[in-house]
Design a protein around this ligand. Structure first.
Ligand code: KG4
Ligand code: ZN
Length: 344
């Protein structure tokens, strides 16, 4: 274990976050700012996000240190998401973290953002009884949609992913077509509660197809066609609710099928983990739980604030990497020369 706490930074998309974790993974303090200023554009604007990270980070880091009642000199090392993500934000967060590490003369650990999502389930207290390797991770957010076999720290196999939109992107686009705000997922889920999931026939892209890839653009097009007759007219409320419910049902059907295929490809898995903003969707969670139960597996989804982008997961992934180096008798990791990688 490192000699002191780690300070971690997350800035790969539109959350600016900082967390401080004790060497055993206990969270000492964490703060997340979900940037505003993007909603008017109906999506994250990379340039606005990068500038906001730059404006927010110094005070956020100071406040997080104050919450933990620590000084920078107490820190054993610094970590940051170094990719994949929006390059501007990655540069801001990584440069900030490297600068701090150099000034304090402590190591800088570069963290892969997807790896951080993948290892969140292993944070102490998340999964009752712990999350031993290997497990299947379904990562479903606005930017990601993939099935990953998590076999060990640094050992991941992508079993399948989306061939067009991410799941959250589909939720957001459909919500926009229904005249709901951005981000659309939560609003769509709320509207769907008033609708019937079997009211409107929609396609189930890639259902029963080999492998576990996803596709959502056909579903989006089908919704656009159902909406076309209304033109600029306001939608009847019940019709909008039925459409939302039917869309959500179609997504759940497809995801359940894809996960079954992924589990077929990974017979050693004893645990299914869902992460990412879309994993907050209650009907989807229920379906995943059902899939796991039928197969005699455990199901876990980290609490929402650890499912969406945060810095606790970044600090935890860095600690796991640190421990793995130590176990192998290697020197502590230090990635000061590593550059941010938008497509890592
Ligand atoms: O993980 P996240 O906060 O950010 C990244 O994309 O990295 O995920 C945000 C996405 C958005 O597309 C949002 O609409 C979706 O997650 N989302 C939901 C729900 N809550 C958030 N989608 C469906 N149902 C929800 N309850
Ligand atoms: Zn993320």
């Amino acid at each position: 274990q490192p000699a002191g706490p780690v300070l971690a930074i997350e800035s790969s998309c539109d959350e600016t976050a900082c967390a401080i974790l004790a060497p055993d993974g206990t969270c000492l303090a964490q703060r997340v700012v979900s940037q505003d200023g993007h909603a008017d554009f109906g999506g994250v604007v990379p340039e606005i996000a990068a500038r906001a990270h730059l404006a927010l980070l110094p005070a956020l880091v100071e406040a997080t240190l104050a919450d933990a009642e620590l000084a920078t000199t107490d820190l054993a090392f610094i970590a940051a998401s170094t990719g994949p993500g929006l390059i501007g934000g990655l540069i801001v967060g990584t440069s900030f973290a490297k600068g701090l590490a150099l000034a304090l003369n402590v190591p800088f650990v570069a963290v892969n953002h997807v790896e951080a999502h993948a290892l969140t389930a292993r944070l102490p207290g998340i999964v009752p009884g712990g999350a031993p390797f290997p497990y299947l991770l379904l990562l479903v957010s606005g930017g990601h949609c993939q099935c990953i076999a998590v076999e060990g720290v640094g050992h991941y196999r992508k079993l399948g992913g989306t061939i067009d939109d991410a799941a959250g992107e589909a939720f957001d686009k459909v919500a926009k077509m229904l005249g709901l705000g951005w981000p659309g997922g939560p609003a769509l889920e709320k509207l769907a509660r008033e609708g019937k999931p079997d009211a409107i026939a929609l396609p189930r892209p890639l259902l029963h197809r080999q492998g576990c890839d996803f596709s959502f653009s056909g579903l989006k097009t089908a919704i656009a066609q159902k909406l076309a007759p209304y033109g600029q007219e306001a939608l009847p409320h019940q019709f909008a609710a039925d459409l939302a419910a039917s869309f959500q049902q179609a997504v759940a059907d497809v995801v359940a099928d894809r996960i079954n295929h992924a589990l077929d490809m990974m017979p050693q898995a004893r645990l299914l983990v869902a992460a990412g903003g879309v994993a907050a969707n209650t009907p989807l969670r229920a379906r995943l739980e059902d899939v796991a139960q039928r197969r005699g597996l455990r199901f876990a989804a980290p609490p929402l604030k650890l499912c969406t982008d945060n810095a606790v997961m970044v600090g935890w992934a860095a600690l796991e990497t640190w421990r793995k180096s130590a176990e192998r008798g290697l020197p502590a990791p230090n990635n000061t020369t590593l550059r941010p990688r938008p497509r890592w």
